[in-house]
Design a protein around this ligand. Sequence first.
Ligand code: SF4
Ligand code: FES
Length: 371
Amino acid sequence: MTASTIEPPLALLAELSHRCPLRCPYCSNPLALERASAELDTATWERVLREAAALGVLQVHFSGGEPLVRHDLATLVGAARAAGLYSNLITSGVLLDRPRLAALVEAGLDHVQLSFQDAEPVGADRIAGLAGAHDKKLSAAALVREMQLPLTVNAVVHRQNLERLPQMIALALGLGAQRLEVAHVQYYGWGLANRRALLPTIDQLERATALVEAERARLKGVLTIDYVLPDYYARRPKACMGGWGQRFLNISPAGKVLPCHAAESLPGFAFPSVMTASLSDIWYRSEAFNRFRGTAWMPEPCLSCERREIDWGGCRCQAFALTGDAARTDPACALAPDRALLDRARDDAQGPTDFVYRQIGAVASHQRVPS
Ligand code: SF4
Ligand code: FES
């Protein structure tokens, strides 16, 4: 693709910090977590938000880690509003109190997305790795609704909480959420490190999918339910990030600009930094963004497949995690030469229930599950 045929990005995921009071075992952050001393300062984020808007970005998702660990969050929300960006706060909620939320509303925050680990406190706090987290989230959700911000509840589901999906749907309804995202764990980063403890059974998956379909019909007009299926049981992969370098930009706490939140797991990439290049240059001209853009890079069977511009060959990070080569067809595709790797992973998954919790230095970086 040439710069003149590349569309501008729609959304920016601003990972303000990898710091987080929770330690979820499926966190999408890289295994090598960035320390606070490496984080971009306020003025740089303000410039980056202006550059993003000028590039054509419409929405900014403030994320982490936990974005509320940054004391300048309201300033950054204000900068997003001034640049004309729609702002969404993706948070665990445990640091959200009345004064902080009031400051964010005052600065122009448009939407809150609050994560829940389970529907009941004991299991939820065990998954989050923090006692008392669930109750704090309930209080945060009540504050969000009291201040009349739209609320999305994000429920990450897996083998150890899927049985309580009915209660999670009831929880989202009771909290007054407009939207519920039921997202199966994606297996890269910490999710890959904990795959054997998290991957659901096919029975669990089929029951959950049937339940979501029934609840979508029952709650039409009251609660919108988004459903993200696990690739490990799919016949065709998802169009990860809407295609590499096609819709999304991700900026890491230290300022690396990535095509997706997991791209730092890929070796051999020199991801450019907002400290040394403009977002526009990075989006249109960097080698990192152009490497898997479009279809010219594809191997067979993708290159001659009729779905090549629908799913763009699947997920590069998953291809690397499973095969060791980011340029292979995603094994989530039943046509992929490496499909057997997924079958083996599923067979291997009904084992331990203990987690490797997210923390700095817990497991080696660039971890790959051997075939
Ligand atoms: Fe998608 Fe490639 Fe599979 Fe075709 S062969 S469905 S393009 S992953
Ligand atoms: Fe990186 Fe899918 S998560 S391409």
